[in-house]
Ligand binder design. Sequence first.
Ligand SMILES: Cc1cc2nc3c(=O)[nH]c(=O)nc-3n(C[C@H](O)[C@H](O)[C@H](O)COP(=O)(O)OP(=O)(O)OC[C@H]3O[C@@H](n4cnc5c(N)ncnc54)[C@H](O)[C@@H]3O)c2cc1C
Ligand SMILES: Cc1cc2nc3c(=O)[nH]c(=O)nc-3n(C[C@H](O)[C@H](O)[C@H](O)COP(=O)(O)O)c2cc1C
Ligand code: SF4
Length: 645
Amino acid sequence: MNPYYPNLLSPLKVGTVTLKNRICLAPMNLREVDHNGGFTARTIAFNERLAKGGVALITLGEACVSQTTGSSESFMLRITNPGAFFSLCDIAEAVHRWGGKISMEMSHAGALCIPQNNFGNQPMSASAYIKPTGVAVREMTVEDMEQVAEDFGNAALTLKNAGFDMVQFHAGHGWLIHQFLSPRTNKRTDEFGGSLENRCRFPIMCLQNIREKVGKNFPVDMRMTGDEIIEGGYHIEEGKEIARLLSPYVDMIQVSTGGIYHPDATARMSPGVFMEKGCNVDFAAAFKSVVDIPVSTVAGINEPNMMEQTIKDGKADLILMGRGLICEPDMPNKLAGGRMEDCNRCLRCNECHGRLFAKNWFLCTLNPEVGFEDRLSIPAAPEKKKKVLVVGGGPGGLMAAWTAAKRGHQVTLCEKGSELGGAIRFADHVYFKRDMAYWRHQMEKRVAESGVDIRLNTEVTADYIREMKPDAVICAVGADPAQPPIPGLDNSKVIVGATMHDSDQNYGDKIVIIGGGLVGCESAAELHAEGKDVTVVEMLPGIAPGCGVAQSNALRIGMTGVKVLTKTACKRVTDEGVWVQTEGEEEKLLPADSVILSAGLRPRSALVEELQTASVPEFYTIGDCAAARKMGDAIREGYYTAVNL
Ligand SMILES: Cc1cc2nc3c(=O)[nH]c(=O)nc-3n(C[C@H](O)[C@H](O)[C@H](O)COP(=O)(O)OP(=O)(O)OC[C@H]3O[C@@H](n4cnc5c(N)ncnc54)[C@H](O)[C@@H]3O)c2cc1C
Ligand SMILES: Cc1cc2nc3c(=O)[nH]c(=O)nc-3n(C[C@H](O)[C@H](O)[C@H](O)COP(=O)(O)O)c2cc1C
Ligand code: SF4
């Protein structure tokens, strides 16, 4: 028994397979297939890295069971594609090498298929309807259902033959099986619609086919939406009943919640910072009360003590983590060794999700190695130990200093201010940024313990560098708040957003925020939660541009109650408030006790140029002072630079 996490790290039997602990990877489709239609080396390396970190079960994300229908995107693996088989064997072997078990989420998108990704075939579902895009969905015939059930069975057998330990049947998140289970989308009047028993008939056909093909000793897992969250969908009581009806055909149930059919439901799937951690645990507990097979829980769980308690209290048998393991792949092994303080805690910032959908591969704010597992890790000690000066103690400087010191360089970190953390110091004061603050304090400790010479209250100049004579300077001096040309910004009502937490000043009740970027929107959410009357003014047609769907859905929840004026220009600030003009309307006054300026950041380029005049052999500019962006960019650049020194 593990002395630190006796419940979380205890084994569990799922059908005939024993999992070595209760920490499993939630399915994540990484949207990468090679030219044969199999997994890329990068996907295999990503999953092998997680197995190495000690995770008990890896369930690979959505892959399509059918050859000519069923795919919602062009980068989705088709399980029975002969060209994919070798990569399936390879990934199974890579996970087994580290004692992990492997499964795959088998899916069919039904109505959500896109014809061009399915050889022009029309999407089909439980019932016919016209999608908002104008594409017509046709009602499935019994022959269609028999074909899809056969496809599920064949896909499961393929995975078994490739060396997988189990398979997962995807019955949630709004895809085909869910379309049959939900009264929102299943309007049939035959034996496949209407009553719950009827709505479960096609899912059972698929499960029976899977069982016939893989035999009784091969575990079958099922992912389900526990509660559809929105009106017209099923809720937890009906969810429990579905679980009870389907459980005789499966060996385990994963209870997720919501899905991609509505922003409020999607927000519950990969919850952001405005939702409670473990917001779906009670749904798993409800399922456990009606089935006698293992039940897992998922969503926004990143604290080891919470995981241990959930298992101990019998609310779930397994904890699934998606993002928590992306940002800390070594979590299971670290917990086993009592190194919980050393685990990165996922920020629930959803940058990974946003990147995946914008660029087809994901990165993580906190873990700079994600996506480069096969190519990038801290190399052995350098041939020449260098004297390295890191200028600036924000996220970029902290990561650079820590990584360079771990490699054996002699590192000095100078910070002008009295504390480390740079622009993210604000996180200490914001209830939904606790994990960001946690990372900052973790990094302060890591840097100090790695032997870096930390010099606070030390403003670096070109002369300072000349005197010190380092071999390399890593310049991470950050950015200054931008000052748009709006008359009246010198009014005492105006507070620069980046300094909002630097004093205990009372900002009054009525607040206008100039700038609807992510930072302005999060400030609005924070002030609104404190009971203020908040209006955000944004020139562009939408707020938080550049945010992915998951981030926008999270913000939607956080900003409920905040007034937002888009396509609106700020004309001037006066003692009464802010004069604005919305496109096509007259100028109007927004009365305000305080005006928060959140108009973006500008890199400290002049300072960088000044420091460069010191002419050191190596000079690197990283993070916001290269281009003002996000914390993850600064962290990655700090890491890459230090790895290459
Ligand atoms: C209010 C606010 C909220 C934000 N929220 C988010 C968020 O939710 N998610 C996200 O990803 N990003 C967020 N960002 C952006 C993020 O904080 C930055 O991208 C990130 O901090 C950049 O890191 P950095 O190390 O490059 O610079 P900084 O964090 O700006 O650090 C630069 C450091 O250099 C020091 N310095 C400057 N000149 C000198 C000198 N001459 N000598 C020594 N030290 C010097 C400064 O004092 C500072 O500590 C936010 C930014 C702000 C302002
Ligand atoms: C990058 C990414 C990809 C995902 N892909 C899938 C998927 O293919 N299938 C699925 O059922 N859920 C998918 N999800 C949802 C996760 O499985 C998980 O339920 C969700 O992220 C909540 O867990 P977490 O808070 O531990 O990340 C994905 C989530 C992320 C972040
Ligand atoms: S990008 Fe953000 S949400 Fe995604 S894993 Fe990393 S820290 Fe977590």
